[in-house]
Design a protein around this ligand. Structure first.
Ligand SMILES: [Zn+2]
Ligand SMILES: [Zn+2]
Length: 260
């Protein structure tokens, strides 16, 4: 079962118009995408995002504050409430990004720590964004007992050492279209090594369109291209890869209900 484990439907150009969003989701369905996880980055945007995707039962939600959006604020009670929403299956995306925003490092750490604690409270796994913050990400997950809820390092671009540390903590590694980029040789060698029971695939749309869609706006349908590429990279059958990555999704996100 092909699943886009991380997308931002509310940020697509089509999002403001129900008809256009319907088309994007229809296109995903035509390409075999059975479910998608629409990821929240700012608390102020949660309600609108939830309303936009409400008509599409194959779309799950997360709730959280992105490390590059920490200045938009984090209200613990508000997060607790949205994280308990029945369609919400994860807390995030949260994490640390010292690459784009080293100046908000302390605020990012504070928000990450609080979201780890909240994920334990609602017993839903974490969606973690991490860039140029390997040691801090792993040590904060450890110190916050994040292994109790687990989670995923999404759009993974780090080295094997970090992947291994996350896997040892019970986390999953999700791979985006970046793996198809020319200069992603090191990432490809990491993705080859991730055990079957810890791998997921995503688009992170509308960003990072995979080859052969470079230059276009990314959309959940393109997770098929990511999955095909990763299957070939790992010397596996496409059908097998989408089966086990799909199973992994439902094992990790244990409150996600299958439609059939
Ligand atoms: Zn991210
Ligand atoms: Zn994202």
């Amino acid at each position: 079962m092909l699943i886009d484990s991380h997308c931002h439907l509310d940020r697509l150009k089509a999002a403001p118009d129900h008809q256009s969003l319907s088309k994007v989701i229809g296109n995903a369905t035509e390409n075999g995408v059975e479910y998608m996880l629409c990821v929240n980055v700012r608390q102020q945007e949660f309600k609108l995002m939830q309303e936009k995707v409400a008509p599409f039962p194959q779309v799950f939600l997360s709730s959280g504050v992105h490390p590059l959006d920490v200045e938009s604020g984090l209200d613990d009670n508000m997060l607790l409430e949205s994280a308990r929403h029945e369609r919400v299956i994860a807390v995030g995306e949260t994490g640390l990004d010292y690459f784009y925003s080293p100046e908000t490092k302390e605020l990012q750490q504070d928000c990450f720590e609080r979201q780890i604690a909240l994920s334990l409270k609602v017993d839903k796994p974490l969606i973690v964004h991490t860039r140029d913050a390997r040691d801090d990400t792993i040590s904060m997950l450890k110190n916050g007992n994040a292994d109790k809820v687990g989670g995923v390092l999404h759009c993974f671009t780090e080295n094997w050492e970090m992947a291994k540390a996350a896997i040892d903590l019970g986390f999953y590694i999700s791979v985006s279209g970046i793996v198809t980029f020319k200069n992603a040789g090191e990432l490809r060698s990491v993705i080859r090594k991730v055990p079957k029971d810890r791998l997921m695939v995503e688009t992170d749309s509308p960003y990072l369109a995979p080859v052969p869609h470079r230059g276009k706006e990314n959309q959940p349908a393109f997770v098929r291209d990511v999955a095909e590429f990763v299957a070939e990279l790992r010397g596996e059958k496409y059908q097998d890869l989408i089966e086990y990555t799909g199973e992994n999704f439902f094992v990790l996100f244990k409150t996600a209900n299958r439609l059939k």
